[in-house]
Design a protein around this ligand. Structure first.
Ligand code: UD1
Ligand code: CA
Length: 246
């Protein structure tokens, strides 16, 4: 288990593409709520040091998690973006927390082994930000990892903001990060929403780290299926099929 590390789980969104008025993370995946998978994985990695950011149907999400786990909750009243969501969780981080792992509530197949590997890679390379990335045949919809000639990660560009050339990049951001707490606080205070979606993007912390000459990098995940995010009923069925196949 990781020491002096907390997990923040982003779970405030509604998930409009699920075509349901139920918050996305409450949907069952083989009879278990999607969010419960993620909380279990986080628990294996950091014990009780978990903060879930809730918004849509916050009370229901809290109740579902509380059935099995004793964690903290941060409330994001309006969904202003992933960066803003993490900001809402900052007051719950104690001073002794050195690094923060950020996860999404809609990625139920992620394993704690992968989180441990990311934390190890982060420490070994003495980074302030480590992004878990993966190569996909079809990167459509994901944030693309921009890597410069020296192999340094310079920026993450969202689909909505990407140029045609950038859209051809097939190494994507899985939405899983390990970030130094002190840097995270500083970087989030600098976020601006001047992008195609008018949101505060968490992904901008990569650019901010580079501007501050801080060490930032990525770890490439091996098994793309593990990072499947559920955005639609079809995705949910596909993830269930993976679990059933064992
Ligand atoms: C995000 C990343 C993208 C990455 C992808 C991986 C950003 C800007 N983009 O995009 O680079 O490839 O994840 O799946 O971060 N959420 C909140 N509050 C908000 C907004 C989102 O709690 O205000 C939660 C959602 O409920 C969800 C997670 O954050 O669990 C990700 O949000 P989503 O809008 O799905 O991000 P993507 O557009 O998929
Ligand atoms: Ca989005």
């Amino acid at each position: 288990m990781l020491k002096d590390t907390a997990v923040i789980i982003l779970a405030a969104g509604l998930g409009t593409r699920m075509m349901s008025d139920k918050a996305k993370v409450l949907h069952d995946v083989l009879g278990k709520p999607m969010i419960t998978y993620v909380v279990e994985t986080a628990g294996e990695a950091v014990g009780n040091n978990i903060i879930a950011v809730v918004g849509h149907q916050a009370e229901k999400v809290r109740q579902v998690i509380n059935k099995t786990h004793d964690i903290l909750f941060a409330f994001q009243e309006e969904q202003l973006g992933t960066g803003h969501a993490v900001q809402c969780a900052l007051p719950y981080l104690t001073e002794k927390i050195k690094d923060v792992i950020i996860l999404c509530g809609d990625v139920p197949l992620l394993t704690s082994q992968t989180i441990l590997k990311l934390a190890e890679d982060h420490a070994r390379n003495r980074r302030v930000v480590s992004v878990l990335a993966v190569q996909l045949d079809d990167p459509t919809g994901y944030g693309r990892m921009l890597v410069d000639e020296d192999g340094n990660v310079s920026q993450i560009v969202e689909q909505a903001d990407a140029t045609d050339a950038q859209k051809c990049i097939n190494i994507i951001n899985t939405g899983v990060y390990c970030v130094n707490q002190i840097f995270l606080k500083e970087a989030l205070s600098k976020l601006q929403a001047n992008n195609a979606q008018g949101e505060y993007y968490l992904t901008d912390i990569v650019k901010i780290a580079n501007e501050k000459n801080q060490v930032v990098g990525m770890m490439l995940g091996e098994n793309a299926v593990e990072f499947s995010g559920i955005n639609s009923v079809e995705h949910l069925k596909a993830v269930e099929a993976v679990l059933e196949a064992g």
